[in-house]
Design a protein around this ligand. Structure first.
Ligand code: ADP
Ligand code: MG
Length: 392
């Protein structure tokens, strides 16, 4: 059966800390529906929070220690709370997603006097492009906001979480991940104007099904690929500014401006810029079509075109993802398919009608296994609510 079985969802809080947590929060993963690498280029992107969540339990201890555990293979971490939080290295690096948020919240008034116990459990694959990192950050932000009654609004918590990922973990991601994880709603997409940091929910057309096919090839955003592309986009913009001094963001350059000035860019940078500029056009067409009440028969092909651009121009796809996309779009009931998230591994998102079901998913899984020697994780998803506190 190809449908993905949840990861560890068992709480180990009580077992490890010996008492019950005082507060529980959870945050969803997210799919990037369209707008690949457009967020940090100041464009418009569309995503959806998904019904696979990271859960965080929080309680206190009297030892003055900040203690963090996770059910995944993560090494437990213990730090004295009176010391300034600094990023950890090696096997303790996973804790940086939480520590970065705590550090920023301390700057915004969070006061931790006694000790804190934290336990993470997750049903979200990590490193699959579904943003387990932003889910960890937002679950932490929401938990401490509630626990310490900080009164920060969702937008501020999203900014705190992004700060943690950019400055504490060291990944120069845009606002897409934390924004969708923060502002997600059941049966809605989330549109983000990344330049204005404006978030709004759009109802999902009826009878939409989301499927994830996870290649199992882990990307690691902390590694250099993502930062390389970020740097290339910065460089392309700075070269284009020679001709268009007022240009503030690559995603705001128009196709005709790029056409006119692309000779100023080395070939590789011209490809990266073309991807960003054209991807922005696809996101706008996607929004326009939704506003006009069009269905996935119109918007779906934009997803497949987005993948082709990531593959050929932005060059952040891999053979496994290309294979999944090609197999999926050849399949009846699939409106469109594309890599979702940073790329260089991770997962493919397919948007389908309800006629695409288990047997179709299984057929794709089998042919992938034949070709690559292992089955992909297959997950059927629906859009879910953003980060929140949960009943104990
Ligand atoms: P993605 O956000 O697409 O899942 P990232 O590379 O941005 O991929 O984030 C994955 C990292 O987040 C992991 O390497 C790990 O450090 C951390 N992480 C994710 N889920 C968990 C978890 N349940 N427990 C501990 N760490 C986790
Ligand atoms: Mg991530």
């Amino acid at each position: 059966m190809p449908v993905f079985v949840p990861l560890e969802t068992m709480s180990v809080y009580k077992e490890v800390y010996g008492n019950a947590p005082e507060l529980i929060s959870s945050a969803p993963g997210r799919v990037e529906v369209i707008g690949n690498h457009v967020d940090y280029n100041g464009g418009l992107v569309i995503g959806a929070a998904i019904n696979r969540r990271v859960r965080l339990e929080l309680g206190t201890n009297t030892s003055g220690l900040l203690r963090l555990i996770s059910g995944l293979d993560a090494r437990p971490v213990e730090l004295p709370l009176r010391k300034t939080l600094l990023p950890l290295k090696g096997q303790e690096r996973w804790a940086n997603y939480l520590l970065g948020v705590i550090k920023k919240l301390q700057e915004l008034g969070l006061c931790l006097e006694s000790g804190i116990n934290l336990a993470v459990s997750s049903e979200l694959p990590s490193g699959a492009g579904l943003s387990s990192s932003a889910a960890l950050e937002m679950a932490t932000a929401v938990a401490f906001n509630e626990w310490a009654q900080l009164g920060l609004d969702t937008k501020t918590l999203v900014q705190v979480a992004r700060w943690a990922e950019n400055e504490f973990v060291g990944v120069p991601c845009g606002i897409l991940d934390q924004g969708v994880v923060g502002f997600g709603q059941a049966n809605h997409l989330v549109a983000i104007d990344c330049r204005k940091e404006d978030f709004h929910a759009i109802p999902l057309p009826p009878d939409t099904c989301f499927w994830i096919f996870n290649s199992g090839k882990k990307h690691s955003l902390v590694d250099s690929f993502y930062a390389d592309r970020f740097g290339e986009c910065q460089e392309a913009l700075s070269l284009l500014r020679g001709a268009m001094p007022g240009s503030s963001h690559l995603a705001l350059v128009t196709p005709s401006q790029l056409e006119e000035f692309q000779d100023r860019l080395p070939k590789t940078l011209a490809r990266r810029a073309r991807h960003v500029v054209e991807e922005q056009g696809r996101v706008e067409s996607f929004m326009q079509a939704l506003e006009n009440g069009e269905g996935w028969d119109v918007t779906g092909p934009l997803l497949s075109a987005s993948h082709a651009s990531s593959r050929d121009l932005f060059e952040n796809s891999i053979e496994e993802l290309d294979y999944l996309v090609e197999s999926l779009i050849a399949c009846p009931g699939v409106y469109g398919a594309r890599l979702t998230g940073g790329g260089f591994g991770g997962a493919v998102l397919a948007v389908t009608s309800p006629s695409f079901a288990e047997p179709e998913g299984r057929a794709i899984s089998h042919s992938y296994q034949k070709r690559f020697g292992h089955a992909p994780q297959v997950i059927r998803l629906s859009p879910d609510e953003g980060a929140r506190t949960d009943p104990i």
